[in-house]
Design a protein around this ligand. Structure first.
Ligand SMILES: Nc1nc2c(c(=O)[nH]1)N[C@H]1C(S)=C(S)[C@@H](COP(=O)(O)O)O[C@H]1N2
Ligand SMILES: [Mo]
Length: 235
C-alpha cells in the first residue's frame, strides 16, 4: 500500500467481484481448499486443506485491476506463497531446477501464469480470509492467490492447480493471449502483451461499469440458488 496509485489507476470505493465476462456465471464446484501440484516435479501432489499447519500472516494491500480500478487497503489473511513453497512444494513435490514458471488454474476454468521468482515475493499470499472474515465466494473462496504488485488477473480466485514448468510463453491463458502479460507488473503498467499499457487504459475503462453489474447480478443469482439448496437440505 502507498499513498499514490500506480500509473493509470483510479480508486474504487468498492471491491467488486470482477473478471472476463464469460466467468461471471462460473463458480467453484467445491468449498474445500484442494490444490494439485503438477508438471516438472518429482512427485505430483493432491493437497487437501492446503494451508493447515503453515505459518499464517495478515497483510494490507491495494488491488489493481487491469481495467484501471483499484481497491485500497484490503486486509488479506493466509500463508505466504514463499512459505508454502519452501514447506510443502520443495520437500514433497521436489520441483526440477528448470521449473521457473508456474501456470495457475482455477475451479472456474481461469488460467494464467507467473514466474516463480514473482510468486516468491514476500507480499504474495495464498489467501483464505479478507478483512478478518473467511473469503466469500465473490472474492475467491475457498483459496485464492493475492499478488498485489501484479494486475488483478494474476490473483487467481478458486485456485485449484499449480503446474511447475520450464519457462515458455506457450501456456494457455483465460482470454485472448494479448491480454495476459507474462508478468503484468502494475508499477511498469504491463497491462497486456503487445499494446502499450496506457492505450489499454482507454480501451478497458468503458467496460468497468457493465462488468461490475453483470458479475454482481450473477453472484446474487448463485447465492439465491444456494440458499434454496441449503434450506431444502435441512428440511
Ligand atoms: N478464477 C478466477 N480468478 C480471477 C478472475 C476470474 O474470473 N476467475 N478474475 C480476475 C480479475 S480480471 C480480477 S480484477 C480479479 C478480481 O477479483 P475479485 O473478483 O475478488 O474482485 O480476480 C482475478 N482472478
Ligand atoms: Mo481485472
Amino acid at each position: 500500500m502507498s499513498d499514490s496509485l500506480p500509473p493509470g489507476q483510479r480508486e474504487s470505493k468498492i471491491f467488486p467481484r470482477f473478471g472476463l465476462t464469460p466467468f461471471a456465471k462460473r463458480f467453484p464446484r467445491e468449498s474445500v481448499a484442494r490444490l494439485k501440484i503438477t508438471g516438472a516435479v518429482t512427485n505430483e501432489l493432491n493437497l487437501v486443506d492446503v494451508l493447515k499447519d503453515l505459518p499464517r500472516t495478515e497483510q494490507l494491500s491495494d488491488f489493481h485491476c487491469v481495467t484501471t480500478w483499484s481497491a485500497r487497503g484490503l486486509r488479506w489473511g493466509g500463508v505466504r506463497f514463499a512459505d508454502f513453497y519452501s514447506n510443502i512444494v520443495v520437500p514433497q513435490a521436489k520441483p526440477q531446477t528448470d521449473a521457473t514458471l508456474v501456470a495457475m488454474r482455477a475451479q472456474d476454468g481461469a488460467r494464467t501464469a507467473l514466474p516463480l521468482k514473482d510468486l516468491l515475493a514476500s507480499d504474495v499470499l495464498l489467501a483464505d480470509t479478507l478483512n478478518g472474515e473467511p473469503l466469500d465466494v465473490d472474492h475467491g473462496a475457498p483459496l485464492r492467490l493475492v499478488a498485489p504488485a501484479h494486475y488483478g488477473y494474476k490473483s487467481v480466485k478458486y485456485l485449484s492447480e499449480l503446474e511447475f514448468r520450464p519457462p515458455s510463453l506457450n501456456y494457455r491463458v483465460s482470454g485472448p493471449s494479448f491480454m495476459d502479460h507474462p508478468r503484468a507488473r502494475v508499477a511498469l503498467e504491463e497491462r497486456g502483451r503487445v499494446a502499450s499499457g496506457w492505450l489499454l487504459r482507454y480501451l478497458y475503462r468503458p467496460l468497468i461499469g457493465s462488468t461490475v453489474k453483470l458479475f454482481a447480478k450473477e453472484s446474487a443469482k448463485y447465492k439465491a440458488a444456494n440458499a434454496n439448496n441449503t434450506e431444502a437440505n435441512t428440511q
